[in-house]
Write a protein that binds this ligand. Sequence first.
Ligand code: GLN
Length: 237
Amino acid sequence: MSESTLRIGLVLPDVMGTYGDGGNALILRQRARMRGLDAEIVELTLDDDVPDSLDVYTLGGAEDAAQRIATRHLAEHPGLQRAAEKGTPVLAICAAIQVLGHWYETSAGERVSGISMLDLTTSPQEVRAIGELITDPLLDGLTQPLSGFENHRGGTTLGQAAKPLGRVKHGVGNGGGEPVEGVVQGSVLATYMHGPLLARNPELADYLLAKATGTELAPLDLPQVDRLRRERLAAGR
Ligand code: GLN
């Protein structure tokens, strides 16, 4: 954390805010404040440059057309790329996985260049993946199963540098044959899970928060959060 306030970048909520993924920034802010830390959300819209100086960044899902506008903005304002190179944590949901990759094909079959922060490509799957998704995490430091709601036509194939975030227990995940879900590459975590993800997976929220603050965080005892986590896991079984 560079200053005394944790600064959470909510990237392009005006075009990548369709699926409620802005809730991930709210969860990070709330869990930081519950530890007595000052925290604020910095909304970066199409009217703004993308600074590389924030402590953590989140990006949400979007429909094909909106996703394309976001891709162009991020290519023209490469602050997110610089932040990730410095090791700043970035959380990318659904369409954002695709935008951060080398290229993606829209449902209409058009190929769009991404910003190549992640070593992956995305092509449309025959059937849209919609429904509850449950995975076992493959990331050191995570012990609890992850759950979310997937809703995507694109199927993502990982290259050598990109590792999956989880192994699919229920649902489709990245698609493309292998039962894996999400991406981990350097300081970037990406997943197809909406929910919002961090409301349903508090362990992952604190994982990101610990990276963003550079501190170990005391656990929070929040029975209602754990109840939601278990209820959503049960719904997907
Ligand atoms: N438009 C993309 C797809 O269908 C992403 C959708 C989303 O973000 N939920 O694959």
